[in-house]
Design a protein around this ligand. Structure first.
Ligand code: GLC
Length: 737
């Protein structure tokens, strides 16, 4: 046994030493190359431009370090050949692209991926995306988007993992691992880019690009964790965000880019701006012109400029004027060269175009996309067990999203190909006798002329399945909404279906949680599918017919009304938390006394609670938690909170429950959230099966940034919940001494 241990230790030591040797070797190569470069050549590396073969001439002059938005392997090779074979030092370019939730095979939008609560599957999907994208010559994706989002009016909630830092972290790390793979120099390794650093999801009013006001403590407790975890997981690049925080644009914020990212976290990757986010500091009123914006960006710690053209046009002048030190340029170029050496671009700069198409849509990739779409679907309502529709033959399929191959892919699916999309209509036709009456042509359609056809068709069907939601364009960047109801006449369509008296199933395909309370009242069952991607139809049909039991959980709170935003489960309690005694609008007596309605934190019209809390989702079966027991209720700061319990499938069908563990720090040097997700796990149970489960949470995981801005666990009283969503379960008390 002893020899075995020595062997294992020896092997580990060799691996670590080999890694260090490789790191040193890269640093040596970086320094050696840097020493040969002119200032112009260094500046060229810091310049990223959108385009393809048209950039070959500039690449041949060493004026471009990266291109983005070209996915044609022949054009990429043309630019690369110019850079490698014609420029003086032959430094390859790195090709970037927004591969956000798949390249050719499109997976659910990231908000849907988060709804799976399945990091392993998300990592698998990211790996699929990397294999497909790198086969086209793309070696850098601008993903994962880690922005915590608490306001569904913001269109970019679609691109992230929702409102919770822990879920965001798990999903972000999974994507970094999937994209980058086990060997960065492997041709299928694609550099991740954690974005948008930072706080972009807190834009006021949920209006994209707007101001944010985030304290340093909130940054550290809420917005930093996923970025820090991804840095620790080896993310190779980071992108600055468009927003300003308390008046300082992230692209010019040295506290973020140098103090936190480099000094505190030890990040040795490469920092790129968002698209012209350096130039946008003029509009912010932070720079008087592009030259000053360039000076601010470079001195704040930006390495590469995406499309402002400030770096290529002004850095030489700024260095000559002493406003930027050449050592600062050297540091930036080191980060860029290091990235390119790590990816093996100097040894293998070209892509084999003959293999590009074969890499796409493999059966394994499509199966991963189908599984992801299936696990991302959230069952919000199922009155009377209407779903699954396993006892009917003839169904009416209606709604503008039933056969929308382009919109089903969702936002940021540039390279998806709608002709490969399996729509719900196509998939259901393989399973049922389908009557198809779309009723509306697209999600914003207000023309109700065809609703009569829907009514007539429903009379001939045994059940009605209504596919509604959002066209892809209605979420994503710059697509904020102030009202979150279903667009067009979709609610009228659902109400029309309800008049048929037949069982009505509504399936929502959208890029955000919409305010669907009134639509819920007009259906027996509702499935929510954040734009499910290429295989969404297969996945939804499998669920509708009962082949799969839904297991998705809400990664973001569903509101009753947009006016409740921002609303999130892990909120602070306020001094007057809602206690259920509040009087609602319709119950207010005439001439009610000023203080007679209940002075707590709620809305007279919509009350307090959300429509559905974070972590919520039904199944075709039911689950029961029992025997929850803590190893100990008194713990030291370096202890481990052990909890065991039984989970039973108390229903008649197999199913998967996403078990969630939440804690609460009852009293802190600063107020603390009413719940915080600390663990989750997908647990599969056959009908009637019970599993005994154990979780261990190091007490260190209860640390936070305190009033003194120290990251530590404060002694005191805590509570633990083990439940199927953030609003369920009973608190179990424990103490940290
Ligand atoms: C966009 C987005 C960013 C994206 C970049 C390149 O404006 O903000 O997320 O990666 O530009 O397309």
């Amino acid at each position: 046994m002893r020899n075995l241990k020595l062997t294992a230790l020896g092997a580990l030591a060799c691996i670590l030493l080999a890694g260090c040797a490789e790191k040193d070797d890269i640093e040596r190569k970086v320094d050696e190359l840097l020493s040969k470069m002119t200032l112009r050549e260094k500046i060229g590396q810091m310049h990223q431009v959108s385009g393809g073969a048209d950039l070959a001439e500039a690449a041949a002059k060493g004026e471009i370090g990266s291109i983005l938005n070209c996915v044609d392997p022949d054009q990429i090779n043309a630019v690369q050949r110019a850079a490698v074979e014609q420029s003086r030092l032959g430094i390859p370019v790195i090709v970037g692209r927004d591969v956000i939730h798949g390249f050719r095979t499109i997976f659910p939008i990231p908000l849907g991926l988060a709804a799976t609560f399945d990091p392993e599957l998300v990592e698998q999907g990211a790996r699929v995306a990397a294999v497909e994208a790198t086969a086209s010559g793309v070696r850098w994706t601008f993903s994962p988007m880690l922005d915590i989002a608490r306001d569904p009016r913001w269109g970019r909630v679609a691109e992230g993992s929702g409102e919770d830092p822990y879920l965001d972290t798990q999903m972000g790390v999974a994507m970094v691992r999937g994209y980058q793979g086990d060997d960065l120099a492997d041709a299928s390794s694609m550099a991740a880019c954690i974005k948008h650093f930072v706080g972009y999801g807190a834009v006021e009013g949920g209006r994209d690009y707007n101001s944010t006001m985030i304290s340093e403590r909130s940054l550290r407790n809420t917005y930093f964790p996923a970025f820090k975890a991804c840095v620790d997981a080896g993310a190779l690049t980071l992108m600055t965000s468009f927003n300003e925080i308390d008046g300082i644009p992230s692209t010019g914020n040295d506290f973020l880019l140098r103090d936190v990212l480099r000094k505190e976290w030890g990040f040795d990757g490469m920092v790129v701006t968002d698209w012209n986010s350096s130039g946008e500091m003029i509009a912010h009123g932070f720079a008087k012109d592009l030259k000053q914006a360039t000076e601010q960006s470079v001195n704040a710690g930006v390495d590469m400029d995406m499309m402002s053209f400030g770096f290529i046009n002004f850095i030489e002048e700024l260095v000559a004027e002493g406003k930027i030190k050449e050592t600062t340029i050297d540091d930036a170029v080191r980060n860029i060269l290091r990235l390119k050496f790590r990816l093996g671009l100097f040894d293998n700069p070209y892509v084999d175009a003959s293999k590009t198409r074969a890499a796409a849509y493999t059966p394994e990739s499509l199966e991963a996309a189908r599984r992801s779409a299936a696990e991302s679907a959230i069952l919000l309502k199922n009155d009377g067990g209407v779903l699954p529709l396993d006892d009917v033959r003839t169904i009416l399929v209606t709604g503008p999203m039933a056969d929308a191959p382009y919109d089903q892919l969702g936002t940021w699916a540039f390279d998806g190909e709608p002709e490969h999309t399996v729509t719900p209509l196509a998939a259901l036709r393989e399973r049922y006798d389908v009557i198809y009456e779309p009723g509306l042509a697209y999600s914003r359609d207000r023309n109700t002329a065809d609703l009569a056809k829907v009514r007539a068709a429903a009379a001939r069907a045994e059940a009605v399945v209504v596919f509604v939601g959002e066209e892809a364009i209605l979420s994503g960047e710059a697509h904020s909404l102030s009202v979150l109801n279903l667009q067009g006449a979709q609610s009228e369509l659902i109400a029309e279906a309800a008049k048929s008296g037949k069982p009505v199933v509504v399936v929502v395909m959208a890029g955000r949680p919409l305010t669907i309370e009134r639509d819920l009242a007009n259906c027996d069952a509702m499935l929510y599918s954040f734009h499910p991607g290429t295989m969404g139809g297969e996945a939804l049909a499998d669920i509708i017919e009962g082949k799969i039991s839904p297991s998705g959980k809400t990664p973001i709170t569903f509101l009753r009304d947009a006016g409740q935003a921002p609303f999130y489960y892990n909120h602070n309690n306020s001094g007057r938390p809602c206690n259920g005694t509040e009087t609602l609008l319709e119950d207010i007596p005439m001439q009610a006394g000023q203080t007679s309605l209940g002075c707590t934190s709620y809305y007279l019209d919509t009350g307090y609670g959300p429509l559905f809390p974070f972590g919520y989702g039904l199944s075709y079966t039911t689950f029961e938690y029992s025997g929850i027991a803590l190893d100990s209720t008194t713990l030291s700061k370096d202890g481990v909170l052990g909890v065991e319990f039984d989970l039973t499938n108390t229903g008649g069908r197999d199913g998967v429950e996403v078990v969630q563990l939440y804690t609460r720090d009852l009293v802190g040097s600063v107020v603390r959230p009413v719940r915080e997700l600390k663990r989750f796990e997908r647990v599969a149970l056959a009908a009637g099966e019970t599993k005994h489960l154990r979780f261990e949470i190091p007490v260190a995981d209860l640390a936070f940034w305190t009033r003194d801005m120290k990251y530590e666990v404060e002694p005191g009283e805590f509570q633990l919940w083990v439940a199927g969503d953030s609003a369920s379960g009973e608190p179990h008390a424990f103490t940290v001494e």
